[in-house]
Design a protein around this ligand. Structure first.
Ligand code: MOS
Length: 682
């Protein structure tokens, strides 16, 4: 049991978030958003706003300073008259107080030459194309054997199309930047993000600065879920505003503005084809993914990639197609790719189990594989079967009656569902410094990010273990680009990546410690790049099994989830306390995905109708009953010095499918379009 190192600071309010740094003379920015879904800005009239007392400046395409690098069009704030989507930032007011800035922003008039936006994703859209690669650099399409022929001759066939809606990451702390230019022309950004080094390297060229002229501080971050993995336009806006007025500028994106400007999960349409023998063994798997991007930048979510890894089948085809619409650019949201992809695959597997008359746990066991089906590589470790068996036993799966719609208690129909989960165990190179002082304490520095995950604590434990020191004697300094450069807190790769650099730095330091530590201390630094390159080739993934029990009200169609169990195999678990929170948090987000979360697009206005937490529903405490998360001991020597896989995202993967499968078991109704709202069920 190791509590978060920063828990006291967090509960007492001493932990500082980006907006809270006491920078002297700070002023405030408020943004104006495009009021049309597509078009050109004809003119901006900021006279009334400028006339208001306390207003320092108004920025728009009429007067904004030119940025040095506009190659990332999403970050080219106020550089063009083109409106690519409704809600795009088109102007900003900088004022002495937040209230003045917000009020003045209401008086900035923008006149548009308006065109009709095209915002609806549907599979017949003529704009679909085949991108060169999908996100993560994965191939767009893959094919093995003769999937059409094998499917046509399979004894049991499933051909079904699933959809997931637009979903928005709703971190508690909004995207926030406090930008400050120092006297020497260097830029300091107190910014809420998932990686200070990443923000620095993206922002520096935009303002024509060398990287060492930009410092990014993000000591504490109130959630991100991927939306803060790369800097959003708010960072550029704040830095530009601070430069223009010559004062530090605070800018926090409001909850409503967040829905257009800080990323979201693309909606998906996914056609699954599964062909199996009478015993449920797969011959053919087909997974066709259709997603959207914006006209600003290509972003193709790699939703078919898990289907390349999960199950054995001789014949397989996966594909991705993307269509650019007049919408904000999609971005990362917890387990991008795997999360929607596994919803489709694991729903289809449940349908196949029903069609073949095979128990759904047994069906997955029969289709397990010990080599990665497409690459042919061995898995560094793969304990999907162990998770399914352990989970089935603990959940009480064994006596499950497969009949649907037959367990009724009062107004409630009861059902249970299962889904597999998996997530790649990736790592990125990074650097760290470890230092020993004569008082017996150690300091470890790395530009890692703790976005609420417990990463700081895990790194402290890793350092203490390597140094053979007490955790109390180790100080961990993260969240600052002045520390050795580190990769983003994303792709569930943070602790594995940073931990490797920390172990190497601490080992190197130990090698130098012989005898007394001099007054100035001893330091050792490390770069994990070579160690990573030297690793043997393996397919590295975490796996798990998700179980859910649901109650469905037969009169209202309301679905409740009284019980969930997740059993994971993710290598060595560094800190059970925070790891459990990560799994449970992911599974909770899975409840949201299954039952609630949906950003509703208005086709005429080209905007989301629900833009706050009153209308975009995420699970509240009352929606979350018993969620248990546990793991099997997994020893995998092919990963990193800790033997750990990532755990940030696997908790959400498969969770929505387990719930949807349980709803089918309860009611006999198969809802293939998330979320499963009462209207879709009745
Ligand atoms: Mo996660 S969506 O890779 O931050």
């Amino acid at each position: 049991m190791t509590e978060r190192l920063e828990s006291r600071e967090k509960v007492t309010g001493a932990a500082r978030y980006a907006y809270e740094y006491p920078v002297e003379g700070a002023v405030y920015a408020a943004a104006v958003q495009a009021a049309v879904g597509k078009g050109e800005i004809r003119w901006v009239d900021d006279a009334r706003a400028r006339a208001m007392p306390g207003v320092l400046d108004v920025l728009s395409c009429e007067n904004a300073p030119r940025l040095q690098d506009t190659s990332n069009a999403e970050l080219a704030v106020f550089q063009s008259r083109t409106v690519a989507f409704r809600g795009q930032f088109v102007a900003a007011v900088i004022a002495e107080t937040l209230e003045t800035a917000v009020e003045a922003a209401r008086h900035v008039r923008v006149e548009y030459a308006e065109e009709e936006p095209d915002v609806r994703l549907h599979v017949d859209h003529p704009g679909f194309y085949r991108p060169e690669k999908v996100n993560g650099g994965f191939p767009t399409d893959t094919e093995q054997g003769d999937p059409d022929g094998a499917f046509a001759t399979s004894a049991v066939r499933l051909d079904a199309t699933y959809s997931t809606p637009t979903e928005h990451n709703n971190a508690m702390e909004p995207h926030t930047t406090l930008a400050h230019w120092d006297k020497d022309g260097g830029l300091v950004l107190y910014d809420s993000n998932q990686g200070a080094s990443v923000v620095r390297s993206v922002i520096a060229p935009i303002f024509g600065l060398a990287e060492d002229r930009v410092r990014v501080v993000a000591a504490h971050v109130g959630g991100g879920f991927g939306s803060k993995g790369t800097p959003r336009p708010n960072v550029v806006l704040a830095a530009m505003a601070a430069n223009v007025v010559g004062r530090p500028v605070k800018f926090a994106v409001t909850r409503q503005q967040m829905f257009a400007t800080t990323g979201y999960r693309t909606p998906t349409v996914q056609r699954m084809r599964l062909g199996a023998g009478a015993d449920g063994r797969l011959n053919a798997i087909g997974h066709e993914v259709f997603v959207q991007t914006s006209t600003v930048r290509e972003f193709t979510e790699q939703a078919a990639t898990p289907t390349r890894t999960m199950y054995r089948a001789e014949h397989r085809r996966t594909s991705h197609r993307v269509v650019p619409l007049d919408v904000p650019t999609p971005s990362w949201m917890r387990a991008p790719g795997e999360c929607p992809g596994m919803y489709a695959l694991e729903s289809a597997m449940d349908e196949l189990a029903v069609a073949a008359g095979v128990d759904p746990v047994e069906l997955r066991l029969r289709n397990d594989t010990d080599t990665d089906p497409e690459s042919g590589l061995p898995f560094s470790s793969r304990n999907l079967a162990a998770c399914l068996r352990e989970g089935a036993e603990r959940f009480g799966w064994d006596h499950r009656d497969p009949a649907t719609g037959v367990r009724r208690v009062g107004r409630k129909l009861l059902g249970t569902g299962v889904a597999a989960t998996g997530y790649p165990a990736t790592q990125s190179p990074g650097k760290a410094i470890a230092r020993a002082d004569p008082d017996g304490t150690y300091t470890v520095r790395i530009a890692a990010a703790d976005i609420g995950t417990g990463a700081r604590t895990a790194l402290g434990m890793i350092a203490a273990e390597t140094l053979k020191a007490d955790l109390d004697a180790v100080r961990i300094e993260i969240g600052d680009s002045a520390h050795p450069a580190a990769s983003v807190a994303g792709g569930s790769s943070g602790t594995a990546s940073w931990g490797t650099a920390v172990v190497l730095a601490c080992e190197s330091l130990r090698g130098r410690l012989n005898g007394e530590v001099p007054p100035e201390g001893i330091e050792a630094s490390a770069d994990s790049g070579d160690a990573l390159k030297a690793r043997e080739e393996y397919a590295r993934h975490a796996f798990g099994a998700q179980f859910a029990e649901v109650e469905v009200d037969v009169d209202t169609g309301e679905v409740r989830v009284p019980r969930m169990l997740g059993v994971f195999a993710a290598g060595r678990i560094i800190n059970p306390t925070t790891a459990r929170s990560q799994f449970i948090g992911g599974m909770t987000m899975g409840i949201g995905m299954a039952l609630m979360e949906e950003s509703v697009m208005d086709d005429d206005f080209g905007d989301y109708l629900n833009r706050d937490l009153a209308q975009y529903h995420v699970p509240s405490c009352a929606d979350v009953r018993t969620i248990e998360a546990d793991w099997i001991e997994e020893i995998d020597p092919h990963l990193n010095p800790m033997g750990s896989k990532g755990i940030g995202e696997i908790g959400i993967v498969g969770a929505a499918a387990a719930i949807a499968n349980a709803v089918h078991h309860a009611t006999g109704v198969r809802v293939r379009d998330l979320p499963i709202t009462p209207a879709r069920l009745l």
